[in-house]
Design a protein around this ligand. Sequence first.
Ligand SMILES: Cc1ncc(COP(=O)(O)O)c(C=O)c1O
Length: 369
Amino acid sequence: MSTITVPGVDASGTDEEVAAVTAVLRSGQLANGAQARALESEFAALCNGATAVAVSSGTDALYVSGRALSIGASDVVVVPGYTFAATANAFLSLGARVLPVDVDPTTFNIDPDLLAGVLAKRPDVRCVVVVDLYGSTAGTTEAISVAREAGVAVIEDACQAHGATDTTGTPIGARGDFTTFSLYASKNVSAGEGGVITTPDPKMAQLARLLRNHGCDTQYQHEIVGLNHRLPEMEAALALCRVRRLAEMNLLRRHNAALLSKWCLDEWPGVIVPTVLLESSHVFHQFTVVCPDVTKRDATVKGLRDHGVDARVYYPYVIADLPGVERAHLPVSESLTSLVLSLPVQPRLTPQQTEILHDAIRAVSKEWH
Ligand SMILES: Cc1ncc(COP(=O)(O)O)c(C=O)c1O
């Protein structure tokens, strides 16, 4: 395997970010300080009037949201059949039953028609988790409406979709009862680890704050049972720098995605490139294409990696195969596991790396003929 010269993630710090983190370290205020509060207020400003609560990971954001909705033993939570394991694990950890529903083959997001069918048959569903997979909100407005009409709670797992809008151009963050974001190293806003919960309901935000901090708003006044899901100050300072540059970075991601779409369509006959319904609705956490068959997909991933390009498969499993999840028939999700491949789309690709990427896409086109 050759060395990767075109990485899928570049989370290294700028001088400004190093200075911001260093300032926190020098201050000695490493927890419960001004950075997390500032992050909450600046993050909320991007989320259509929602209130934001900083937590220690995207998984914790889902878990705390579930606890705030009192999801527990034997409640049924619907998740998409194709997403990262955390979407299911957060609710399994609450003792809930997790029921996957298949995704739409063009949006990769939960199929609204299938969701309507499941909700009509399953009155035991308490909550639907809608994921903006790869940073795309395509099809999610419809899925959220279906869940609302059925009267169930909605959590939007936007762990890959910071700064995305719905298809009317409205920023996400206030559509569900809760929206969850991850600040993991690879994410559009990254701090190493961390997360943010947003909600349009200030009372629910207050509940999430209590759940995040052992049930306390004031030190040693434990109002409810909670845990420690707090975001440390150094991570908050780094995330704050990156939130301020999110719009610029998402624009670069979209620019790279437009180039990649053209190059893939030019070189790989039969490839399906991502659906973009509105200029700003997709923030390209991943640029993921669908190949015509598994042989081409696997040969293309290997060929690209041999050329130094960090091509990867997100994800090689369906949610129904994870421990603890209810078995379900997920033909679209199953097929995606063997057909998808993701190309580096991150905003810090240099012109030289972009050229290597283009050359590699051309070089592996022999696998497609
Ligand atoms: C769709 C989705 N949900 C949840 C998570 C969990 O976030 P974290 O890794 O910060 O716990 C991730 C992160 O990879 C994700 O991609």
